[in-house]
Design a protein around this ligand. Structure first.
Ligand code: F6P
Length: 255
């Protein structure tokens, strides 16, 4: 709290909330692009928000990435979280194993004493495989749990950076450039107005499920992500945003 007053971040939190129609904004000092301390602070703040919002019996869907991993690192044993179920929001998205939603859901469960369910599905698949997967009782079972998530915790990435990290084909990169995608979250790519310009074919939470969830917590920071975070916030609905000062400053200066 003292730090916040020192840096005048409370005002910036309110400004961002109004500008992007967010229900709550938490800003930590620094720039996660350049500082490990800022990334850890993001993780700590994200973990605190999760702890404050969770109720026994909740299903908590999480996605992957280094920022959600930072949240996982900060979670500890908690009587409330112990009574929750962590699930991945989607199947594999072509990330390194330790950045995948499945791994992070199990890590969060381990740190807090919660339960977890995993969903093992491939990243890229043909329409045919997709359709037959959707008839697998095991997959349908987990999907049902995932789709009743009360809380969704997710990272946000720069669109082109994410496509590259996932080894997207050149044709997709070209499409994202042409459609001016700037942000990405849970397999959806958004333009600066918050419109979806591309969606990955994966099994898991759909955007309509995210809108159904009672609490959606986005955790993302770093000066380079300002536009990306803004685009996802514009496409979302009254979410909670946990970010850092550098991203917040860049968001506030956007039109
Ligand atoms: O691939 C999972 C994911 O959460 C993406 O949806 C998001 O764009 C990205 O990771 C964020 O990753 P990071 O926190 O490492 O920037």
């Amino acid at each position: 709290l003292l730090m916040k007053e020192l840096f005048g971040l409370g005002e910036l939190e309110q400004e961002l909330a109004v500008k992007f129609g967010l229900s709550e904004v938490v800003i930590v000092p620094g720039n996660a692009d350049q500082s490990l301390a800022a990334k850890k602070a993001l993780g700590r703040a994200g973990a605190n928000v999760l702890l404050n919002k969770a109720r026994p019996g909740d299903v908590i869907a999480v996605n992957g990435g280094t920022t959600v991993a930072a949240v996982a690192e900060m979670l500890t044993d908690s009587p409330v979280l112990k009574e929750t179920i962590f699930v991945p929001s989607r199947g594999g998205l072509g990330e390194a194993v330790e950045l995948q939603a499945n791994y992070l859901a199990s890590l969060m469960a381990k740190k807090t004493g919660a339960s977890y369910r995993l969903m093992h599905v491939p990243d890229q698949m043909s329409e045919e495989v997709y359709r037959s997967l959707m008839n697998e009782p095991n997959i349908l079972d987990v999907l049902k749990v995932i789709r009743r998530a009360r809380i969704v915790l997710h990272g946000i990435g720069d669109a082109l950076a994410m496509a590259t990290r996932r080894n997207a084909p050149a044709s997709l990169i070209a499409k994202l450039r042409e459609k001016k995608a700037v942000g990405e979250a849970f397999g959806y790519y958004f333009n600066r107005r918050g419109e979806i310009v591309h969606r990955m074919q994966t099994v898991g939470l759909r955007l309509e499920d995210v809108h159904q969830a009672e609490i959606v917590i986005a955790v993302a920071g770093g000066a380079s992500k300002g536009e990306a975070i803004a685009s996802v916030c514009r496409g979302g609905s009254r979410d909670i945003l946990v970010t850092d000062e550098a991203a917040a400053q860049s968001m506030i200066h956007l039109l």
